[in-house]
Ligand binder design. Structure first.
Ligand code: NCD
Length: 339
């Protein structure tokens, strides 16, 4: 696809060449994300972040990505402080906000609301997560991370074997990731979920249609064997009818050092979109794995910056101009370590 001026609402818009293009622009962005160089290529451009659900990584990494490209960020994080609470429609809201900004990222609690907003927006809109539907940029950064981790193991996205674990019913990050995997060859997906939290039919339909292997597991020990990647997710408590209902599903699957060494191949990469639920009742991914060399979770969040910079560059048509507006970094930037 030609990314210039386009909305990114669903991974269904992307083919394999698009994903590869995003990844190659992401590689170009890496020295800028790592503060080895600075660029002002988006000087004068404004990003509007509209986050109507809790967010740390997605909102801040989109904002940081835009700032690192030389642009400015405006944002609002609470629906109650916007005129949506006065009965304003998403359409009117979109017409107004798109007059103030050159690109918009929106997170909204209702499935499809970001697409509805985008229809009336005069600026490109990126879906930062709509209800339990999709989270396309998370899936792209996840896939970029998987590619990098596997490259170090002399493997690639083709022939990938992945176990996706946890709340596959409401988890929008896994929905987008599973849908995106259909673009590659010979994929094996282990869906490991409690009985009531399996992946919806529409999420796995294309994967099956493309001839990939999809296996369902209710036992963690069975599902996490013979895979290249463990992708662990949180029980999405905010989507349940009550906190008590969510609690029935918490703590059923727990990955820790002992479980990992007993059942997983030693090379298996450990991933999680974050946030981890670190409360006693949940703990789906134990901190005792944090120092394991295969623990890629924070490399994943670092990669979010790079992939989101790439998306902005492609949508605003500056991916080939970044170097022209760049300079060596002029301040102390050696303190941080990048894996
Ligand atoms: C995810 C989300 O918001 O869907 N978080 C994120 O953006 N990294 C996953 C989650 O909240 O569990």
């Amino acid at each position: 696809m030609n990314f210039v001026g386009e909305h990114i609402l669903s991974v269904a818009q992307l083919n394999r060449a698009d994903v590869e293009e995003i990844f190659s622009v992401a590689d170009i962005m890496t020295p800028f994300a790592h503060r080895e160089r600075v660029t002002r290529v988006l000087d004068g451009a404004i990003l509007c972040n509209l986050f109507f659900e809790a967010s740390t990584r997605t909102r801040l990494s989109f904002g940081t990505a835009f700032n690192l490209l030389g642009g400015s960020v405006i944002e609002t994080t609470d629906m109650a402080s916007t005129s949506l609470v006065k009965g304003e429609s998403l359409q009117d809201f979109a017409r107004v906000v798109s007059g103030y900004s050159d690109v918009i990222v929106m997170r909204h609690p209702i499935d499809g609301a970001v697409a509805e907003f985008a229809e009336s927006s005069r600026s490109p809109v990126l879906n930062g997560g709509d209800g339990s539907n999709e989270h396309p940029t998370q899936a792209l950064l996840d896939l970029y991370t998987i590619k990098k981790e596997l490259r170090a193991r002399k493997k690639d996205l083709d022939d990938l074997r992945i176990a996706v674990i946890g709340d596959l019913k409401y988890g929008r990050a896994v929905h987008s990731l599973i849908k995106l995997l259909k673009l590659f060859r010979n994929i094996t997906v282990h869906l490991v979920a409690p009985p009531d939290l399996g992946a919806p039919e529409n999420v796995i339909a294309d994967l099956l249609k493309a001839g990939h292997e999809v296996q369902h597991f209710e036992q963690l020990a069975h599902g996490i064997q013979t895979v290249d990647v463990l992708y662990v997710t949180r029980i999405q408590e905010e989507r349940f009818s009550s906190s008590a209902e969510a609690h029935k599903c918490k703590g059923l699957f727990r990955i820790n050092q002992a479980v990992f060494s007993q059942y997983c191949e030693p090379d298996t990469v450990i991933m999680h979109p974050l946030p981890r639920d670190s409360r006693d009742a949940a703990q789906e991914l134990s901190v005792d794995l944090d120092s394991h060399p295969n623990f890629a979770v924070f490399r994943q969040s670092d990669n979010g910056l790079i992939v989101r910079m790439a998306l902005f560059a492609l949508i605003l048509d500056v991916e080939n101009k970044v170097e022209d507006h760049s300079a060596p970094v002029g301040w102390f930037s050696d303190a941080k370590k990048w894996d």
